[in-house]
Design a protein around this ligand. Structure first.
Ligand SMILES: C[S@@+](CC[C@H](N)C(=O)[O-])C[C@H]1O[C@@H](n2cnc3c(N)ncnc32)[C@H](O)[C@@H]1O
Length: 265
């Protein structure tokens, strides 16, 4: 199970009358730390792995004003959305390709930096994927990826999933020792872990937050597996939890992530 929403666009969701949330709004307090850690220079060539709708790819392209950014993602609808948004924002030095990071052919030493905001935890074979990425980096290249810390440190997941079995994919890179081993096997070295402790934003109202949570694959799968009475109880449980987290400035849940930075070996 993944903790990110499927492919509904904010425009589609806005038609319900509720002000729609999207993944970029959810992570608004994570962005500054991630951009600073990426520290993209003007001439750099950037690869964004699991780029989704491409917010971090566009940000990287803007920073690499004399360079370029390529986003890759396994989801064709996400890549289509990323292309639309880049065109709408007039970002010209950015491209998107549909592909699996584990197998997608990438030019040898074609990039100076590989970045990923919550895109590297879902690989079936993380060593193969990161080795592929490593092969695409210049010898002095670097990797910067944001990943969730352990489930127990992430209130959003504990709250949403309740006592249902917890998803592990989103937290597969939570353990720094595991990440170091994977990075070493993939050809990276000198990993550092920056603690990012910021809440995630789920919308300006309880309805908006429930609509957003309803997009999550884990929520969809759970509701498909429940009978009518259990599904009703689950909706009531979620509504109560969301209401508890509704502050003057919207619905927020605590979260904790790592920014993992590494160089090439
Ligand atoms: C949580 S989303 C993050 C999206 C984006 N990085 C962002 O911050 O908006 C994870 C993304 O990883 C992509 N993904 C999962 N497995 C992948 C793979 N094997 N290769 C490429 N992308 C993958 C998903 O399609 C999804 O868009």
């Amino acid at each position: 199970m993944m903790e990110f929403p499927e492919t509904t666009s904010p425009d589609e969701r806005a038609t319900s009358g509720v002000r729609a949330v999207d993944y970029d709004a959810e992570l608004q307090l994570h962005d500054g730390a991630f951009r600073r850690a990426c520290a993209i220079h003007a001439h750099e060539r950037v690869l964004d792995i699991g780029c989704g709708a491409g917010k971090t790819t566009r940000d990287a392209a803007r920073a690499a004003s004399a360079g370029s950014a390529l986003g890759i993602d396994i989801s064709a609808p996400m890549i289509a959305r990323a292309r639309e948004l880049a065109a709408a924002e007039g970002v010209r030095n950015v491209r998107f390709e549909h592909g699996d990071a584990q197998t997608h052919p990438l030019p040898a030493q074609g990039f100076d930096v590989a970045i990923s905001r919550f895109g590297t935890m879902f690989f079936a074979d993380p060593i193969t994927a990161l080795r592929n990425v490593r092969g695409a980096l210049a010898g002095d290249g670097r990797l910067v990826m944001m990943v969730w810390q352990a489930l127990e440190a992430n209130e959003w997941s504990l709250a949403i999933q309740g006592d249902r079995p917890q998803s592990s994919a989103a937290f597969s890179l939570a353990d720094s020792a595991v990440v170091e081993r994977i990075l070493d096997a993939a050809g990276f070295a000198d990993a550092t872990f920056q603690d990012v402790h910021e809440p995630v934003y789920y919308g300006d109202s309880v309805e908006a937050a429930l609509q957003w949570i309803g997009q999550f694959q884990a929520t969809r799968e759970a509701s498909r597996s429940l009978d009518a009475a259990s599904a009703e109880r689950e909706r009531a449980r979620l509504r109560a939890i969301v209401a508890q987290h509704h502050r003057d400035d919207g619905v927020w849940f605590d979260s904790r992530a790592w920014i993992v930075s590494a160089g090439c070996r």
